[in-house]
Design a protein around this ligand. Structure first.
Ligand SMILES: [Zn+2]
Ligand SMILES: [Zn+2]
Length: 254
């Protein structure tokens, strides 16, 4: 069975991506049927957008053009997870869904153990609290900056991440998280760029009834058509369309 080609994690040059809305449209053609733009909209984030009328107008014109090309587009936002809740600067009625990802652990000084335990605590607390649609890259693109050299390669960062998740992000922690994800109707993101969460974790989530979202987290055009990790996961876990969130239903609810 062919699943709908969707992607709910896309950035434009309005936050930290490189693509204009027109570039994004060109990249989407042929690769995607349904998608969402999710520029950063987060307190304290250096690339947070201003959801101004101008941005909304540009988005709406992009949405119309995409529709003519047979692509359905939603307006989302990627925000952060803070100690006391998500880090949305303010509410905009136009936002149809929210991805929340932990981009910064609010600790001035911490040892390695304390840092990752705090990361997990903040994720758990926010998932219990709810108020967002998708938990973004929970074990990928981790906030490594206090511990690494900025120039470290993409590959090296992923290796460090792998060490961290194997050590701290246990099956037990995920089993507890799964219950709250289900309870609060939050989907777990399968993140293409970092190829996470690990298959064994996705398996736990599936068995617990967690709904999945998918995002390439594209910042440049050539990332938009990548589906390597998703295809592997679909095959290994025998995922069906019904295992993924239906944005149509969600956007109507908001
Ligand atoms: Zn992110
Ligand atoms: Zn992102």
């Amino acid at each position: 069975m062919n699943l709908t080609k969707f992607d709910y994690h896309l950035h434009t040059k309005h936050s930290d991506g490189e693509m204009s809305f027109n570039d994004l449209l060109e990249a989407l053609k042929g690769s995607v049927d349904i998608c969402g733009v999710s520029d950063h909209f987060e307190l304290g984030h250096s690339h947070s957008i201003d959801l101004s009328e101008n941005y909304i107008n540009e988005f709406n014109s992009f949405r119309e053009k995409a529709k003519s090309a047979g692509i359905t587009v939603y307006l989302g936002a990627e925000t952060g997870l803070g100690k006391d809740g998500i880090l949305l600067p303010y509410k905009r009625p136009q936002i149809e869904y929210v991805i929340a990802s932990l981009h910064k652990v609010p600790l001035k000084e911490a040892n390695f153990d304390e840092y990752w335990e705090t990361y997990k605590k903040i994720v758990s607390k926010n998932v219990k609290k709810g108020g967002f649609t998708i938990l973004g890259h929970v074990e990928g693109y981790l906030p490594l900056s206090p511990f690494i050299d900025r120039d470290l390669s993409f590959k090296k960062k992923r290796e460090i991440e792998h060490y961290i998740i194997e050590k701290y992000f246990t099956a037990d922690w995920y089993s507890a998280l799964a219950k709250d994800l289900v309870e609060n109707d939050i989907a777990l993101e399968i993140h293409e760029q970092s190829e996470t969460p690990r298959l064994m974790i996705l398996d736990i989530m599936k068995r617990s009834g967690v709904t999945f979202s998918y995002g390439t987290d594209s910042h440049i055009a050539k990332q938009v058509s990548k589906r390597n990790y998703l295809n592997m996961v679909i095959q290994e876990l025998n995922l069906k369309e019904s295992d993924f969130l239906s944005m149509e239903k969600i956007a109507q609810k908001i």
